[in-house]
Design a protein around this ligand. Structure first.
Ligand SMILES: NC(=O)c1ccc[n+]([C@@H]2O[C@H](COP(=O)([O-])OP(=O)(O)OC[C@H]3O[C@@H](n4cnc5c(N)ncnc54)[C@H](OP(=O)(O)O)[C@@H]3O)[C@@H](O)[C@H]2O)c1
Length: 278
C-alpha cells in the first residue's frame, strides 16, 4: 500500500515510519514541508501523493500549554485535522487519526469502551475530540485510534522526564490519583500497521495492557533504572497543573479485541524493553 504519514518527525511519527515501511511504500511530511493549518496546501499535497492510507500523527501536544494557547491548539488539533480529513475525502484515501484518553472525564470508575460518552476536561482534550468529530462528519473510511500516556525514543516523555529529574533531585513528588495505561510508541505503531490491513473502520482504543498511577509508573521506571530515590505519592490537588486531567482514563481495547487482534503486551514489559535500549 501507499501510505502518507503526516507528523513524521514526532515521537510516534518516527516509529510509524519504521513500522509501516516494512510492508508498504511510505511517504512523509513534517511541519516544515506541510503545515496542516493550511487547507489548500494540505489538499494539494495529499492529492499529489495519492496514498491509499494517510496516517495523521501531527498535533499540538502541549496539554498544559493548550490552556493558555487555546486558539493555536484548536487551529492545529481541530481545524488542522478537519483539513486533513477534507484532503483525504478529495484524494479518496482512508485516514488514521491518533486521539487521546483525555477525551474522557475519568469519572466512570471503570475502563472506557469506544462507545462510551466523551466529556473532555481540558482544552487539549476538547480540541482533539473536535478533530474526531470533523473526521466523522467528513469521511467514511477512517480509523480513530485513541491511545494514552505515550513514550518512545523520539521525544521527551514521562520516562525521560523522571530520569532527568533524578539527576538533580533527592526527592520527587508524583501524582498517585490519576490512573492510565502507559503505551510504548513502538507497540502502538505496530498495532496501527495491523489495523490498516483491513477496512474495519471506526474508533479503536489501543494501549498497552494493564494500568497504574503516575506514581506507580515512576516507581517502576526507577526500579528498572536501578535508581534509588525518595519518591513521594501526592494528590492532584497537591500538584496542581494548568490543565485538568481525568482521574481514571484506562481504556478497554474492545474493538481491537472484537476484531480478533491479540491484546498488546503489558506496559510493564514494554517499559522494560524500552529502558534497556535507552
Ligand atoms: N504524547 C502522548 O502522551 C499522547 C497521548 C495520547 C495521544 N497522543 C496523540 O498522539 C499523536 C502523536 O503524539 P506525539 O507524542 O508523537 O506528539 P509530538 O512528538 O509532539 O509530535 C507531533 C508532531 O506534530 C507536528 N506539528 C505540530 N503542529 C503542526 C502543524 N500545524 N502542521 C504539521 N505538523 C505539526 C510537531 O512539530 P513540532 O515538534 O515542530 O511542533 C511534531 O513533529 C498526537 O495526535 C497526540 O495528540 C499523544
Amino acid at each position: 500500500m501507499r501510505i502518507l504519514i503526516i507528523g513524521s518527525e514526532g515521537m510516534l511519527g518516527h516509529d510509524l515510519v519504521d513500522a509501516l515501511s516494512i510492508e508498504n511504500e511510505v511517504n512523509t511530511t513534517t511541519i516544515d514541508t506541510l503545515d496542516i493549518t493550511d487547507i489548500d496546501k494540505t489538499i494539494q499535497t495529499v492529492k499529489e501523493m495519492k496514498p491509499d492510507v494517510l496516517v495523521h500523527a501531527a498535533a499540538y501536544t502541549d496539554v498544559d500549554g493548550s490552556e493558555s494557547n487555546s486558539d493555536l491548539a484548536y487551529k492545529v488539533n481541530a481545524l488542522g485535522t478537519r483539513n486533513v480529513a477534507v484532503a483525504c475525502h478529495e484524494a479518496d484515501c482512508a485516514m488514521v487519526y491518533i486521539c487521546t484518553d483525555y477525551v474522557f472525564d475519568g469519572t466512570k470508575g471503570s475502563s472506557y469502551y469506544e462507545y462510551d460518552q466523551t466529556n473532555p476536561l481540558s482544552v487539549y482534550g476538547k480540541t482533539k475530540l473536535a478533530g474526531e468529530v470533523y473526521i466523522r462528519d467528513t469521511l467514511n473510511k477512517f480509523y480513530i485510534v485513541r491511545t494514552s500516556w505515550l513514550y518512545g525514543f523520539h521525544g521527551p516523555n514521562f520516562v525521560t522526564t523522571m530520569l532527568n529529574l533524578a539527576e538533580s533531585n533527592d526527592t520527587i513528588s508524583v501524582v498517585n490519583d490519576q490512573i492510565g495505561s502507559p503505551t510504548y510508541t513502538v507497540d502502538l505503531a505496530a498495532a496501527i500497521g495491523e489495523l490498516i490491513k483491513k477496512p474495519a473502520y471506526g474508533i479503536y482504543h489501543v494501549t498497552n495492557s494493564d494500568y497504574c498511577s503516575w506514581y506507580e509508573y515512576a516507581k517502576q521506571i526507577f526500579h528498572n533504572a536501578g535508581v534509588n530515590i525518595d519518591l513521594k505519592p501526592v494528590t492532584t490537588e497537591e500538584f496542581p497543573r494548568p490543565a485538568p486531567r481525568p482521574k481514571y482514563s484506562v481504556m478497554e481495547n474492545y474493538n481491537w479485541k472484537m476484531e480478533g487482534y491479540p491484546k498488546l503486551r503489558s506496559y510493564k514489559q514494554a517499559l522494560k524493553d524500552y529502558m534497556k535500549l535507552l
